[in-house]
Design a protein around this ligand. Sequence first.
Ligand code: MN
Length: 216
Amino acid sequence: MSDITPLPAPPRLAIADSDDTFPVARVFCIGRNYADHAKEMGAAAEPLFFCKHADAVTPLTRLPFPPETDDLHHEVEMVLALGEGGAIIASGVGVDLTRRDLQAKLKAKSAPWEIAKAFHQSAPTGTLRLGPPPASGAVTLSVNGEPRQSGDLSQMILDPQAMIAELSRYFVLGPGDLVFTGTPAGVAALKPGDRVEACVEGLPTLSFEFLAETAS
Ligand code: MN
């Protein structure tokens, strides 16, 4: 017997100072984990969880601009990489790209967020660093060299261990899983051709740029 179709290879993330890679299985995201961002969204500062698919994650530094949105927002986030038993084995920087226009419509209908959040290449992610994640440090994002987002890891409502514990009530976490840990205030729109630099103090910087064309 054989499979009737092959599966695509998982996205793989680089590891700092190593030739090894991290293969991505699943992507869990936490929303409203910084009070100042929850406030700018007009929402209560009560963390919530949602998911993206593995194909959201991309290490590419030049990306087609996502289709079907007139309001694509950036959200810089520390990303946790999990191993056996859901243990945190590495961390890095990611951007949770969001079709904010569609998300607003879905929220108004109390509908699921997938088409606003879980699309192809919606989670550019940088090189991971092995070891425990930093507990504090600046979280910043700039677009074409202009500062947009600024916060500090110490402002997170749920810290990494608390969010792993909370997620583990509902999911069996394991090797290859990523957790996007939420974003500070200052989210705003991106345009085709924009160059994004996302930083978490102590972790490898993530840089990527959008092509001038929108993906079909
Ligand atoms: Mn987010």
